[in-house]
Design a binder for this molecule. Sequence first.
Ligand code: CP
Length: 320
Amino acid sequence: MNLKNADILSIDQFEKADIAEIFSVAAAMEPYAHREKITRVLEGAILGNIFFEPSTRTRMSFATSFQRLGGAVYEVADLSSTSLVKGESLYDTSRVMENYVDLFVVRHPTQGAVQDFAKATSRPLISGGDGTGEHPTQALLDLYTIMKEQDRSFDQLDGLSIAMVGDLKHGRTVHSLTKLLSLFKNIRFTWIAPEALKMPDSILEEARQLGHHVHQTEDFKMGIAKADVIYMTRLQEERFTSKEEARLHRGRYSLNRRTYEQCCSPKTLILHPLPRDQRANEIDMDLNDHPALGIFRQAANGIPIRMALFAMILDVYPFK
Ligand code: CP
């Protein structure tokens, strides 16, 4: 796949070979990500980093990645700071902003809005999270992290056992990660969620039809036993119509050191796309210094992955 000028909107657009290519470029970006080497290949280019929904990691790591490649970043971190509040459409916003930037990253709370923004512009656009839909670049960095942390080659991902825990209905990261892992063979998905927050049927059916093993349960300890990877997630309280309903589920699943050591092999990797909600304690602070806790290294891996995407989309890799 040639990513030159491509949009990145969904994992559905990728084949397995595309992922191998992105990871290979990401590996080449590592010394630049850590400033062991310097490049200015994107000097003069401007990224429109447009976030209509809160973000710490995704917005900052996209900005850092672009700047590590020598580009400049124009930031919108709040819908209320744009003329959308004066009644301007998303279409007009996209058409106008494209005059000021070379490429967009867009996050929006409404599923489908990122696609609408992309359709309106001739500039390439990377989704930074599309409501309850997908978060494709998070899935890429998650899988890259699993490979690095468990020292697996691309071919050694077949047969991976992963427990995804929490709000699987609204969690766009687990939707994208399921689709991404489904490109491999014989993945063992254990989805641990309350009945009301189960993985959407469309994603479940897709994984089953591709021959993967899917098990759904509300039993946390049973579900995480035998997993190679535990992927905890936050209750997406902002997606609920009623705060009371959301609070019914808050704190339902919490992983601490004792549970981890009781139920899991010491090789089981603990991931979370973050933020972890300290009111709900999805991952207890007593795991902060545990070697199995990969969450901060996972967040750091957003840099080489996002640098790779920028370099491929803006066609500056290999560097001259
Ligand atoms: N993982 C993630 O999307 O985090 P942010 O919401 O902070 O960007």
